[in-house]
Design a protein around this ligand. Structure first.
Ligand code: GLN
Length: 446
């Protein structure tokens, strides 16, 4: 059914980069066999899933939507992938994204942009645009995306599906191609909150292969979905409903807050005063980490090597010039500059200090409130091509997701209405490792 649906819809949506038809059929047949032999059903038994193409999969191309990795055929599965297989999900294929997860519209894919299933003239968001679009188009039951500054939540909002960025360290990054290692986090994109809880249950947990993996006890997530939010205290940052926020988005968020009131929760306006510096700090830090992480793509170890180099340096130079797209080059240059001697203190170190202030903003609000609620993005999806020439405008789409990433706390985006036929997302932000409260509140609203 999944491949049929892909056949019917993917010419228009273009969510997939690689299909795993043979592998999926073999895996499904194996599951049937195990069941016939008296085996137990796993948590995600037989459920068709898609993966963002920056998660390495044994024997299945992993391109990061980059020309550099167009032939990269990994020899192992990342931890999250292994866990999905252990839960008996069936891997349908690999999903389109902005190259190396840098972008917010899928237009930075070096292959083709994915389209928003609600209106194919519009972007699906990004960078996990394929992961959100495939769920919205009903091609798979769920997908995994990765979120560095909003890349799960923002496309989920644009495509009208549920996207969860877990607490930094909850899901292993082993086998996730690194963009900005202090921010990257894998999470589920699903049709509803209950599915999100199930998928999180399957993929969360300590992994010695990831040095930043959190060694914490994994609670039961689905039992948190009680429907009861009575007495929950919600803070609503004034910075998240102010300047630059589309009035229709603001109205949808206020309507959602009225739903919470009717369910017995309370909300008050709060302040996250350093919000205005978050985007600037993020683009220094994420680009710095990217410039370091992407140094491994040199034409020797992974992917494509340029033809006919004059010497070793020329081989590096040509491979990188030909392999990376313009946005990736922009970030490598920005990050290398910010880290270089003489500029390090002024940019990188300063941005790290701003990051601490932003985290303290959240700590402060969470002393009094259980959750923070606001929009996921300032506007609904925009038209394909509308922002491509304007990276700064593109960067500002993440103004309300980036602070959460810098603070490392969990957040979910759930659909909360439409503007002109395009979905709007509500962002529910929780304390570190308190996914249960985030999921409970999202589920009660949904
Ligand atoms: N849009 C943001 C960026 O371009 C976030 C990307 C992400 O979360 N991977 O960096």
């Amino acid at each position: 059914a999944s491949f049929n649906r892909i056949g019917q819809t993917d010419e228009a949506v273009r969510a997939f980069l690689t299909l795993n038809e043979e592998g999926a059929r073999a895996a499904a047949a194996e599951l049937d066999k195990q069941l016939a032999d008296g085996g137990e059903r796993g948590l995600l038994f037989g459920l068709p899933a898609g993966l963002k193409d920056n998660m390495v999969t044994e024997g299945l191309l992993t391109t990061c939507a980059s020309q550099f990795l167009r032939n990269y055929d990994p020899i192992y599965d990342g931890t999250a992938v292994k866990k999905l297989k252990a839960a008996q999900s069936v891997l349908i294929g690999k999903l389109n994204m902005d190259e190396f997860a840098m972008g917010g519209s899928n237009e930075n894919s070096s292959f083709y942009p994915t389209r928003n299933p609600w209106n194919t003239d519009y972007v699906p968001g990004g960078s996990s645009g394929g992961s959100a679009a495939t769920v919205a188009a009903g091609q798979v039951y769920f997908s995994l995306g990765s979120d560095t500054g909003g890349s799960i939540r923002q496309p989920a909002a644009y495509c009208g599906v549920v996207g969860l960025k877990p607490t930094y360290g909850l899901v292993s990054r082993f086998g996730l191609v690194a963009f900005a290692s202090s921010l990257d986090q894998i999470g589920p994109i699903t049709k509803n909150v209950e599915d999100s809880a199930y998928v999180l249950q399957a993929i969360a947990g300590y992994d010695p292969m990831d040095s930043t993996s959190a060694n914490v006890e994994i609670p039961d997530y689905t039992s948190a979905l009680t429907g009861d939010v009575k007495g929950l205290r919600i803070g609503v940052p004034k910075e998240y409903l102010g300047q630059g926020i589309d009035p229709k988005v603001k109205e949808a968020v206020l309507a959602a807050l009225r739903v919470y009131e009717s369910l017995g929760a309370t909300w008050e306006e709060v302040s996250l005063p350093h919000t205005e510096y978050a985007v600037a700090a993020y683009y220094i830090l994420a680009s710095s980490e990217a410039s370091s992480n992407l140094a491994r793509f040199d034409g020797v170890r992974y992917g494509v090597r340029a033809d006919n180099p004059d010497n070793l340096i020329d081989m590096y130079r040509k491979s990188r010039s030909q392999g990376f797209g313009p946005e990736v080059k922009r970030r490598i240059m920005l990050g290398t500059y910010a880290l270089s001697s003489g500029y390090y203190d002024a940019y990188y170190l300063k941005a790290q200090k701003v990051r601490t202030l932003i985290k303290q903003d959240f700590d402060h609000v969470f002393e009094k409130y259980d959750l923070i609620i606001g929009p996921t993005a300032p506007t609904p999806a925009f038209r394909l091509g509308e922002q491509v020439g304007d990276p700064l405008t593109m960067y500002l789409n993440d103004i309300v997701t980036i602070p959460v990433s810098l603070a490392g706390v969990p957040a979910i985006s759930v659909p909360c209405g439409f503007a002109d036929g395009l979905p709007i997302g509500l962002q529910i932000i929780g304390k570190a490792f308190d996914e249960r409260t985030v999921l409970r509140a999202a589920h009660a609203y949904e």
